[in-house]
Design a protein around this ligand. Structure first.
Ligand code: GLP
Length: 272
């Protein structure tokens, strides 16, 4: 996907245009299970190529099918994730790893445990760290010590957030604390059927950490995602839509539910 050359936003877009042509494309999937299967093939191919790959994982409804598919392949001994290293993208601030809302708990239940990943290969953000600043620094250091991310798997927030990088986030930021937007908190409140008070803050790997990954897999499905996906498809980097920070990544794969394909927004695919 390339960027519109006539964007009035000036400098930023000019610098984007100087970068080598990115190669991203959107693969439209006809169902959630197809999306899960194609995503699982993608991860399995990486693990076959590089069994010790370093992978960052998202939370949410979207990757559940992927995690179930990968766990089934592990159970059938068609895949091993035992040598890979896993990080997560984000969590709520202040929650312990066993809190029912905690993303750490979610990932252990839905993927890390069923996929048989040994504890020493797992590093998850500690939302309840005594010093969250030190935790953010340690987390970045742990990713670096592992050799950097080979793959960042991302979901998409209805407002275009990736990880917990909300609209207006600093694209040069590494792991940091964020104030969650009302839209994000309201979505999460609905998802949890109002059973929990949604924290006001989160901790997330930054956009610079995400785009430093050698490969990115963006999964887009679910109600309310069309606007954010349309902003991405418009092809213009815009801090109001954090997902557009991915537009210039050189190894980005986007898997999206075909129901989100609005004819109103053609993908920007300028001739090379
Ligand atoms: C949360 C998480 C994101 C995730 C997003 C989408 O806000 N912080 O990391 O990508 O939700 O979730 P879902 O897949 O449930 O739509």
């Amino acid at each position: 996907m390339r960027i519109k050359a006539h964007d009035p936003r000036g400098q930023h877009v000019k610098s984007v245009l100087k970068m080598p042509a990115p190669t991203s494309t959107i693969l439209w999937c006809r169902s959630r299970s197809e999306l899960a299967h194609v995503a699982a093939d993608h991860v399995a191919a990486l693990l076959a190529r590089k069994p010790k790959a370093v992978v960052a994982l998202p939370t949410g409804q979207t990757p559940l099918g992927l995690y179930a598919d990968l766990a089934a392949r592990v159970a059938a001994q068609r895949l091993s994730a035992a040598q890979a290293r896993f990080f997560n993208l984000d969590d709520y601030l202040g929650l312990s790893a066993d809190h029912p809302l905690s993303y750490a708990r979610f990932l252990r239940e839905h993927f890390l445990r069923p996929a048989g990943v040994p504890e020493e290969h797992i590093r998850l953000l500690r939302g309840d760290a005594v010093s969250i600043e030190a935790e953010c620094r340690d987390y970045e250091a742990a990713i670096e010590a592992a050799g950097g991310l080979d793959l960042a798997i991302l979901g998409l927030g209805t407002n275009g957030h990736i990880g917990f990088n909300e609209p207006g986030s600093d694209w040069s930021a590494q792991t940091h604390v964020v104030a969650l937007s009302e839209e994000t908190r309201a979505t999460h409140l609905t998802q949890t059927q109002g059973k929990f008070v949604i924290p006001q803050y989160g901790v997330t790997v930054g956009i610079s950490t995400i785009v430093a990954a050698r490969e990115i897999l963006l999964l887009v499905a679910g109600r309310g995602k069309a606007r954010a996906l349309d902003a991405f498809r418009a092809g213009i980097p815009d801090p109001k839509w954090p997902v557009t920070a991915l537009l210039t990544h050189r190894n980005l794969t986007v898997l999206a539910d075909a129901q989100l394909k609005s004819a109103a927004v053609p993908d920007v695919m300028l001739p090379r």
